[in-house]
Write a protein that binds this ligand. Structure first.
Ligand code: NAD
Length: 516
């Protein structure tokens, strides 16, 4: 590790300082930024409720510094051979893999999810790095010999230049890693704006890039909120924006950045339905509903938040889900619990507000998460797993993305009724069907208007070599993350038509060229 990187590591990792005096600042041009703090935010440990650090919130001028560093590095990185780029990616893969416990600990300390879940997200992010290690293959173009006499044609894909990534709090490592391995492998320079709620994972990844030998300036991190985002969306030297977050902000980001001429993929919110057909194994379906509903305290864009129980499975399914919920342990993610706290006190209060609203609207509150006794400090942002039954589609617990540990059961009479509800939903991120009927499952995969479908798989997150993304209000833009669509997003095509002149090519002819 370089001296600069070492001092940055001490500055940002939080291993030596654990109180709110720890300052998390930007990573620009291969080192921690040493400018004065302007506006700052507070980063909390959600399991204690205490402030853990302050984070710099970038001004437009600080974003400009990061973009300038990226721009200065981009041309050299684009000109770096595929072999060398691949070596850096392989080194990064090894360093992240060796350091994944450190990243996971930082995620749990700021996000609150349990350690095993934090480790899982780093592993899923690493899959994209492994995919990007094949960049030599991924960037291969086509070649056609002799498209006309003595004329060849071939296609190449080139990087965009400086690309911006804006990520949400719920996957502080994995979501940025959906994008930056592919972007960097393809020869771009990156400015990442992670969530200001849990910024440390991005800093650890920045240090790991430096350790892997990535040239300074190819990967930059600016922390911040709306002013930083707005500057990235408008900056003339930023060629593209990859955004992940809630639907209103995704829509705003898409509209603003495209109005500035940028290529944009903006992934938004979700309301994922799990359909349980009468022939399903109800024990396995109940296991899946609990795992997918309450993992990461429901703060996953692929969490199941609605179970559509097709008659007559409702009573038995609710009973089985309730039995399983009784065994869940909510508490500090470092203590081996099943579920951690919510990310902030404000978010916990917002989610708890939906419990009140659901009861007022007439839903049956089967398990009340407000009664939870956590294995953690009293000041933590606690809310236990919650189950509503007999939810109606007009209730806010059904219509809104709650993004917390709240599972709603809606009783439906038939497969057709279930399908109609899923397709009427404004979101289209993920869905699952539980059945042993192959014909029904096949019909669902064809008819459902959702981007990612699980058949007896409750959280169908695609592997890195497929692309991740939803439909409708879950994604603005037409390109999903990673896989071949990611490679496409971070490159643009060029077609070359070439001939090596000989005397037979001479003569004047003003006609439009056609094959000969
Ligand atoms: P968010 O929309 O509040 O924030 C996302 C990013 O936008 C952050 O970096 C934040 O700093 C920035 N931001 C917030 N308000 C802004 C504003 N007014 N103007 C400009 N930028 C702003 O989302 P979140 O709470 O961090 O994350 C949870 C949301 O993300 C959920 O809705 C979840 O479904 C969604 N999500 C979607 C996917 C997906 O793949 N579709 C994946 C993960 C999370």
């Amino acid at each position: 590790m370089s001296l600069e990187a070492e001092s940055a590591a001490a500055h940002t990792s939080g291993m030596t300082q654990t109180d709110a005096t720890r300052r998390i600042t930007h990573w620009i041009g291969g080192k921690a930024w040493d400018g004065p703090a302007g506006r700052t935010g507070t980063v909390y440990d959600p399991a204690t409720g205490r402030a853990a650090a302050t984070v710099d919130l970038a001004s437009a001028a600080e974003v400009d510094e990061a973009v300038a560093a990226a721009k200065a590095a981009a041309a050299g990185w684009q000109a770096t051979s595929l072999t060398r780029r691949t070596q850096v990616l392989f080194a990064f893969r090894e360093i992240v893999n060796a350091g994944k416990d450190e990243i996971a600990a930082a995620i749990t300390a700021e996000h609150g999810k349990v350690l095993s879940d934090s480790l899982g997200e780093v592993t899923r992010g690493l899959e994209v790095v492994e995919f990007a290690c094949g960049v030599g293959h991924l960037l291969k173009g086509g070649f056609s010999e002799g498209v006309s006499t003595g004329v060849d044609s071939y296609s190449i894909r080139q990087p965009l230049g400086v690309v911006g990534i804006i990520s949400p709090f719920n996957f502080p490592a994995m979501v940025p890693m959906w994008f930056f391995p592919v972007a960097i492998a393809a020869g771009n320079a990156v400015v990442l704006k992670p969530s200001e709620k849990d910024p440390s994972a991005a800093m650890l990844l920045a240090r790991m890039w430096a350790d892997a030998g990535l040239p300074d300036g190819v990967f930059n991190v600016v922390h911040g909120d709306k002013p930083a985002v707005d500057r990235l969306l408008a900056h003339p030297d930023v060629a593209s924006i990859s955004f992940v977050g809630s639907t209103p902000i995704a829509r705003y980001v898409f509209q603003t950045a495209t109005s500035h001429g940028k290529r944009v993929q903006a992934l938004g919110g979700a309301k994922n339905h799990m359909v349980v057909l009468p022939d399903a194994d109800l024990d396995l379906a109940a296991d899946a509903a609990v795992n997918a509903g309450f993992g990461s305290a429901g703060e996953r864009c692929m969490a199941i938040s609605v179970v559509l129980a097709v008659d007559p499975v409702g009573d038995a399914l609710v009973e089985k889900i309730t039995e399983r919920m009784a065994g869940l342990r909510t508490g500090d993610g470092r203590r081996g619990c099943d579920m951690g706290p919510l990310v902030t006190a404000a978010h916990r209060d917002k989610v708890a507000g939906y419990l009140q609203a659901g009861v007022a609207a007439g839903a049956e509150l089967v398990v009340d998460g407000r009664a939870v006794v956590p294995d953690g400090e009293a000041g933590g942002f606690w809310l236990g797993p919650t189950l509503f039954d007999h939810v109606e589609t007009g209730m806010s617990v059904y219509t809104d993305e709650i993004f917390g540990p709240v599972l709603s059961v809606v009783r439906v009479g038939s497969y057709d009724e279930a399908l109609a509800l899923v397709n009427a939903n404004p979101y289209g991120n993920g869905t699952a069907i539980f059945t042993n009927d192959g014909g029904a499952a096949r019909r669902y995969q064809a008819e459902v208007q959702v981007g990612m479908v699980g058949i007896n798989v409750p959280i169908p997150v695609p592997m890195a070599y497929y692309s991740f993304g939803g439909w409708k209000s879950s994604l603005f833009g037409d390109t999903h993350a990673h896989g071949s669509e990611g490679v496409h997003f971070f490159t643009r095509g060029k077609v070359v038509t070439s001939r090596w002149l000989d005397p037979s090519h001479g003569g004047i002819n003003l006609g439009f060229p056609t094959q000969s």
